[in-house]
Design a protein around this ligand. Structure first.
Ligand code: PA5
Length: 446
């Protein structure tokens, strides 16, 4: 089985009657999502995406990826939020968080336009010196400030280095199929474009061109990623029964925790390669659920690293949280602990033991300790660390997010709260049309 949810370590915190109650709510939410008659119903394209995608564009993504691989040393994906987290998560999960430092025959991949840091931009510009560079600007709206600034910077770099014509061969644009200034500019200039489907929101877009082009550039098999997601879609849409559907069981358990005032969910991994996957998950759940004064706060940790920081809080701090662990059953990499004649650290009892086995014992010991401390644990076991399994995991969390949002009684597919900071920032920067707001904000900042 590709993915298995183990509820043994949360069961002591859950009554059977609560599961029964949640089952009827999940039935309604699951049915509404599939019938596309709930809130945000215009943004449900991701549900059928693993099978129902543009095959011609998919072939073009592979062709562009191979062209990029041949023509550059450095590939920069420019985007923010849902327009960058998915691809970065997949690349780091399947390759390495140190992807750019490993021996490979694919370009280094960098991400830009996901902050407003001059320091980060200057560092990346320095990295580009003397290197062949391609960029992929990714923005559904085409108007987001952070990627727009980065696009200006790297377009200028490419045009200076290769001329306007040469730059055209190195700039790839992923945006709305028809709307927006970016699409218009790309068409007029002659850049190759890829589509963010109308009915797929940013944080659900990793399996569209948004995620797939950078992922393919990194040499990852996007067919298998889609296949994993497709098989997950079949499994999780087929029934809402939590005894037969681990995705729905996850929805039930996290909503029960929420009702127990455990309103913080911590996604746990014991592998640093999952750091950005955790970030992707945090955006998916944070932006989808955190509204109308409701929602579980999504946090994340990498153990055993964070057992030496947040571990103390999880063990003994305010009892406001539960953990969801994603654990790969059969890790690809192995390494045995060396024997040391002097045995100064007294660890010779571990000599010859694979580090994965030690890591698994750390996990088991931690689960039991945290459960004893009053932090329930959901354990999600993923068979392997490969494209197929990761595609499955991505769909598992996306589908759970949609159903869970409906159970919470919010629209999981909008993000009205994201606009507040933008309006203030534009006003303070003196954007035309924001004059009155600027004065008021400056008063408050005095
Ligand atoms: O999930 C979302 O919708 C957001 O995180 C967006 O992806 C993010 O704000 C970037 O938007 P855009 O792709 O329009 O630049």
């Amino acid at each position: 089985m590709t993915l298995k949810l183990n509820d043994k370590y949360i069961k002591p915190f859950v009554e059977d009657s609560e599961l029964e109650q949640l089952q009827s709510e999940i039935n309604a939410a699951h049915a509404s999502l599939l019938a596309k008659n709930g809130e945000g119903k215009d943004f449900l394209g991701w549900i059928t995406l693993p099978d129902d995608y543009d095959k011609e564009e998919f072939a073009r993504i592979k062709k562009a990826a191979s062209k990029i691989q041949k023509s550059c040393d450095v590939f920069i994906a420019i985007g923010i939020g849902g327009s960058y987290l998915g691809s970065r998560a997949v690349i780091e999960f399947l390759k390495s968080p140190m992807y750019n430092n490993i021996k490979k025959d694919t370009p280094d991949v960098y991400f830009s336009g996901c902050n407003i840091s001059a320091q980060a931009m200057n560092e990346l510009l320095a990295i580009c010196e003397g290197k062949d560079v391609c960029i992929n600007v990714i923005s559904k709206s085409g108007t987001t400030t952070e990627p727009a600034i980065a696009f200006r910077v790297f377009r200028e770099l490419l045009e200076k280095k290769y001329g306007k014509e040469g730059a055209k061969e190195r700039i790839f644009v992923t945006t709305d199929k028809a709307k927006g200034t970016l699409k218009k500019f790309a068409d007029e200039t002659g850049y190759e474009t890829f589509v963010v489907p109308d009915n797929v929101g940013g944080r659900f877009s990793v399996l569209t061109a948004v995620g797939l082009l950078p992922i393919a550039v990194a040499g990852i098999d996007i067919d298998m990623l889609m296949k994993g997601a497709s098989d997950a879609a079949k499994a999780y849409t087929a029934t809402a029964d939590i005894t037969k559907n681990d995705c729905m069981k996850y929805v039930a358990l996290r909503n029960i925790m929420y009702r127990h005032n455990k309103a913080m969910e911590i996604l746990v991994s014991y592998e640093p390669y999952a750091t950005m996957f955790n970030e992707w998950w945090k955006q998916l759940y944070g932006e989808s659920e955190g509204k109308d004064g409701k929602g579980l706060f999504p946090a994340s940790v990498i153990f055993s690293t964070d057992l030496h920081s947040l571990g103390q809080f999880i063990q003994e701090g305010s009892r406001s949280m539960f953990e969801t662990i994603v654990s790969v059953v059969d890790e690809n990499e192995k390494l045995a602990v060396p024997y040391d004649e002097a045995n100064i650290d007294t660890l010779n009892f571990l000599a010859g033991v694979d580090m994965n086995d030690i890591n698994k014992m750390a996990m088991k010991g931690t689960i039991l300790a945290h459960v004893d401390g009053g932090a329930p644990n959901i354990l999600i076991e993923l068979a392997k660390r490969d494209e197929y399994s990761l595609g499955h995991l991505i769909y598992f969390f996306e589908f759970a997010c949609g159903v869970s949002g409906y159970v919470l009684g919010i629209n999981p597919f909008n993000q009205p709260g994201v606009e507040a900071y933008k309006k203030n920032m534009f006003a303070l920067l003196g954007k035309p049309g924001y004059e009155a707001q600027k004065k008021e904000l400056e008063e408050r900042l005095k």
